[in-house]
Design a binder for this molecule. Structure first.
Ligand SMILES: *Cc1c(COP(=O)(O)O)cnc(C)c1O
Length: 355
């Protein structure tokens, strides 16, 4: 697991770019803050990390990541309360999950305490990039790429771990209309759908483009063998409310174990909402839509927290969801935001202050 002594050097930017940024008009994930965290892996260990100005990097065209796709990432956020205190939400879950992805992609694991200390140091250097107010946050994108040169198909011997950050505003994707996949698959049994690996997303773009051409915004993926079971969306886990029960499918080789998903389940239970973690069939959804017991569908993920789904298409037919006024989606979202922005008690111990 590399050299456990952590000796971070910080090289600060000469002149901050922050005054060039319009924080009231940010396109999601297009603006990056002044600094980045960088750590190289070579000769069998992670080297001493650095924080330095965000800038282009130089790699040889034969670098392994360009050919064989050893690339994994994470997605998390930092929040500021009204007193300028900075918080992370369940960061240990992301540290652990990145290492699970690393193992599956034959990438060396990154020491969790280095991740933690490096991230917190980076947030302190760029603390002005985190704006107050519910909805404003700093999106954090850690990632690892294989950088060895040479085009033999074998695991890279060298890697770079980066953390870059991007100020974002509340992400209102609007109500989402989704297409239920009946041919393409996102992940397979024994595959790496459960890892946050770059290749999982590359493979979704084409079928998602086709769905967009048909008037949907996203695809709901089904299991690759039968296409009978509802699984997840592009970057969101899924919840179905049938009558008053909130249902989500179990995680597996094919499904990303979302931090928001886990949090939604815990909060729903706390709010006295009945939850079920079990496989759910497309047929069950169609039946529930027909007989009126389907109340809501929503996605869960770090970027938008909760994304309500207004309707879905399946095999060429469109279905609309007649949602009640007291949505579980709204109650649960509010509870999560209050915890993230230090506006309420945190009975779960999820909030981590960056001091
Ligand atoms: C990141 C991601 C999610 C959501 O995970 P969170 O930890 O809640 O952000 C769900 N599905 C896929 C495929 C993802 O990549």
């Amino acid at each position: 697991m590399g050299n456990l002594e952590f000796n971070l050097t910080i090289e600060k930017i000469k002149e901050s770019r922050i005054n060039q940024v319009d924080f009231s008009n940010l396109a999601f994930g297009q603006t990056f803050s002044d600094h980045m965290f960088v750590c190289h892996y070579k000769n069998g260990s992670w080297q001493q990390p650095q924080i330095k100005p965000y800038a282009p990097i130089s790699l040889e065209p034969s670098a392994s990541v360009f050919h064989y796709g050893q690339a994994i990432f994470e997605g998390m956020k930092a929040y500021k309360d009204d007193n300028d205190n900075i918080f992370l939400f369940r960061p240990q879950e992301n540290y652990k999950r990145m290492n699970k992805s690393a193992v599956r992609l034959a990438i060396p694991e990154f020491p969790e305490n280095w991740f933690d200390e490096g991230l917190k140091a980076l947030l302190k250097v760029d603390r002005d990039w985190i704006k107050k107010g519910v909805g404003n946050s700093l999106y954090i994108r850690p990632f690892i790429i294989g950088t060895s040169t040479g085009i033999m198909a074998s695991p890279s011997k060298e890697y770079i771990f980066f953390i870059i950050t991007s100020p974002v505003q509340a992400y209102y994707g609007g109500d989402v209309k989704v297409k239920i996949a009946d041919y393409y698959s996102r992940a397979a049994n024994g595959g790496f759908g459960a890892a946050k690996a770059a290749g999982n997303y590359a493979g979704q773009f084409y079928p998602t483009q086709l769905a967009i051409q048909e008037g949907y915004q996203q695809v709901i993926w089904t299991d690759d063998t039968t296409h009978e079971f509802l699984e997840e969306a592009g970057m969101m886990n899924l919840f179905f409310r049938i009558d008053d029960t909130l249902i989500t499918c179990p995680t597996s080789d094919r499904i990303l174990d979302g931090v928001t998903r886990k949090s939604v389940l815990a909060i729903a239970e706390k709010l006295g909402i009945k939850t079920e973690v079990r496989p759910i069939k497309v047929q069950e959804l169609l039946l529930a839509t027909e007989n009126g017991s389907l109340q809501e569908i929503f996605g869960s993920g770090t970027a938008a927290v909760i994304s309500p789904i207004s309707g879905f298409g399946y095999k060429g037919k469109d279905y609309k969801i007649n949602r009640p006024t007291d949505l579980y989606a709204s109650k649960i979202k509010e509870t999560i935001l209050n915890i993230q922005y230090n506006k309420s008690e945190d009975p779960f111990g999820w909030r981590v202050e960056v001091i």
